[in-house]
Design a protein around this ligand. Sequence first.
Ligand SMILES: Cc1cc2nc3c(=O)[nH]c(=O)nc-3n(C[C@H](O)[C@H](O)[C@H](O)COP(=O)(O)O)c2cc1C
Length: 732
Amino acid sequence: MTLSVWRYAHLALALFSFIFLALASVTGVILAVDAVRERASPYRADNIENISLTETLTVLRKAYPEITEISVDHNQHIVLQGVDANGDDVEAYINPRTGALSGKPEKKSDFIQWITALHRSLFLHEAGRFFIGLNAFLLMLISVSGIALIIQRQEGIRRFFSRIVKDDFAQYYHVVTGRLALIPIFIIALSGTYLSLVRFNLLPQPKINHEVETVASDSPSEKNIADFAVFSNTMLSEVRKIEFPFSDDPDEYYVLKLKDREMVIDQFTGNVLSNVQYPFTALLETLSLDLHTGRTSIVWAIVLAIASLNILFFIYSGFSMTVRRIATRITNKHKPHESEFILLVGSENGSTLRFANAIHQQLLANKRTSFLAELNNYAVFPKAKHLVVFTSTHGLGHAPSNANKLVSLLSKNTQTQSVYTSVVGFGSHAYPDFCGYARTVDEVLARQPWAEPLVTLHTVDDKSPLQFTQWVKAWNEKTGLSLTTAPALYNGVPEGLRKMHVLEKTMVASNDETFLLTLKPDRKTVFTSGDLLAIYPDNNGKERLYSISKSKGNIQLAVKLHPSGSGSRYLYDLNPGAVISARIVHNKGFHFPQPAPAVALIANGTGIAPFLGMVEQNKKKTEVHLYCGFRRRTELIQRYEGFADEYMQKQHLKTFNIAFSQEENHCYVMDLIKRDAKFFVNLLAVGGVVMICGSLAMLQDVEATLDQICIKRFGAGIATYKSSGQVVADCY
Ligand SMILES: Cc1cc2nc3c(=O)[nH]c(=O)nc-3n(C[C@H](O)[C@H](O)[C@H](O)COP(=O)(O)O)c2cc1C
C-alpha cells in the first residue's frame, strides 16, 4: 500500500477517535498507577507457589471451625469467609501459613470507582460501553497503520529499530516513541476490544456444568482432609477459590476453582467427582483482563501507564504534524494550460511547499501566470516557458509520496515547446543520500528533448532560507526577474524563540553610528560566536539576522544604526533591563575552525562582532590574526583596540591589523592583505583558514585580492579553498 493510504487511514482513525482516546488514556494512566499501588499491598501473601492447599487448609481448619470459602485474588490476597472460634463472622485477609488475620478487604476508593466507570462507559451506560469498545477497536487499527508507517519510513521491517534522524521535534518523537509504545498499545487495544465483545455477548459464553454421579461405594472410607490427594497436589498459587460444603450431607461438595479448571470434590473421600476444564474463551477473557489492567504484574502495569501517556503524546504530536502539513495549501489563480511558469513540488511534510509557494506568490504579484502543483500532477503544459521543480528527499534518497510518479509521467507527457528547467533540492546532510531524489529528477529532466536547463541544481540543507536565496539570485539572473533574495521571506514560523534580557548597550557617537548590544537569554541556550541572532522588530513575521559573538556567556552584537532600518532602530531603542523575543540561528559553516594550524579573521565595520567572541573563546591559543577595516578611529574602535591588547597578552590573538579608510593614510583592509600577501598564501598552503565577515562589497574586494595573490603564487585562485572550507564568509 502507498504511504499516503496508510497515512490517511492513520489520520482518519485518529481524528475520529481522539476525544475518546484522550479520555481513555488519561483514565487508563490513573488506573494503571492504581494497579501498581495495589500490587504493592502489604496484605499480599508471599511465595504461595510453595504452599499446598493441604498445608493451608489444615491450619485454617484448626483456627476457624466454619469456613464458607477461601479465595485468592490477582494481587495474591488470601480472603477467608467463615466463623472464628468465638462464633464471630470473619471476612478478612489471612496469612495462609499461620491462619492469622492480616487485614480487612477494602473497597476501591470513590475516586477510583468513578475513574473506572468513566474509563469503561463514560457514565453513558451501554452506549458509553459501546463507544469505548469501538474506540478500542479503532486504536487497534491505528496501531497497525502506525506500525506499517514506521516500516515504510524505515524502508523495511529489518530496519525498524535503525537510527532516526532528528528532523523535527513532533515528528521525531512520534516515530521514536511509536516504535516502543505501539506494541503495548496494540495489546491494550486488542484486549479492550475482546473484553467489549464479551461484554456485549458477541462471543460464545462459557458455561460450566458439573455432572456429579454419586458412586455407591461398597465401603466408603472416610478420610481426613489432610489426606486428600487433590489438595496436596494443588498449590495455593493455582487456586482462585475453594467453596466449602454447607453441611455433612453427602450431596454437599467442595468446589475447587483453579485458574484453568473447576473440580467438585467429595467431602468425605477427597475423590474428584467432576473435573471441567474452562473453555478457551474464558481463559482468553482472563488473559485480556490481566493484560488490559496490569493487575497481575507491577512491571506490566507500569508499561501500561507509560503507553497510555504515550497515546496522549501521539495525539499532540500527530496533530501538530498534520496542522503543519495542511498549513500550506496550494491555491492557483491560473489554469495549468495557460500558465507560463509551472512550479512543481515534491514535499512530504509541507516545508518545501512553503518555499515554492513563496516563489509562486511573488510571480503572481508580478503579474506572471504561475501554476503551482504537486509533482505527481505533472502533465503537458502548452504555454509553459519555465518549469521549476522543488523537491525534498525522503526514505533513503527516495521521492516524497506526492512526487513518486514523476519519472513515469515524464515518459508519457512530452512538452510540445522547449521549456527552461530548474531543480531545487531540499534535504539534510544528516542523511547519507543528500538530496538524492532532486538529483534523480535533475538527471531525468535534463534528458527530455524539450528541456533547456537554465540554472544548475541547487541544494538546500535543513530548510536553510539563506541557501535557498542563492538559488533565487541565480534564477533571477537568468530570468531577469527580481524576486526577493532576503532570507526572511522564506522563513517559516520561528521556532525556539527565547526571552532575552538587555544587559548593556553602548551609545552611538556623532562620528560613528555603530553600537554594541549585550543580551542574556532567560534560560540555557546553546550558541557560539558566528551564530546568528534572529529578531522580529515589526511584528509582521519578517526576520532580521545579526552575527553574534559569545562574550562571557552572553550574546553580543555590533549593529550599525541605519536611519531607515527598523531592525537597528528597534535594537537601539532598547535599554538595559528590557526584554525581547529572539532566537538563535545556528550557523555551522561560520564557527571557529577546530582544529586549524592558523586562522585569519577579516572584517569591516560591524562584521568584527563574531570575531571578538572567537578570540575570547580561543582558549586553545590557536594562532589567530585579526584584520579589520573601519572608517575612522572612534571610541568604539578604541574599545576594540583595548580588547585586542588584552587578548594578545593572553596569547588568544597573535596580531591585530587595523585599516582606517577616512583617516590620513586612507587604508582599506584589502591593502593590509596585499601587504601581508606572503602570510596569506602560506596560511592557505598549510591548511589555515580565512574567515570573512562584513559587507558584501568588502567580501568581493577581499576575495578578488586573495584570488590575485593566490594566482600569482600557485597559478590558481581561491575557488578550491572556498569549496574545501578554508575560505569562509558571512557577509550581508
Ligand atoms: C524519514 C525522512 C527521511 C529523509 N531522507 C532524506 C534523504 O535520504 N536525503 C536527504 O537529503 N534528506 C532526507 N530527509 C530530510 C528532508 O528531505 C528534509 O528535512 C526536507 O527539508 C523535508 O522537506 P518536506 O517537509 O517538504 O518533506 C529525510 C527526512 C525524513 C523525515
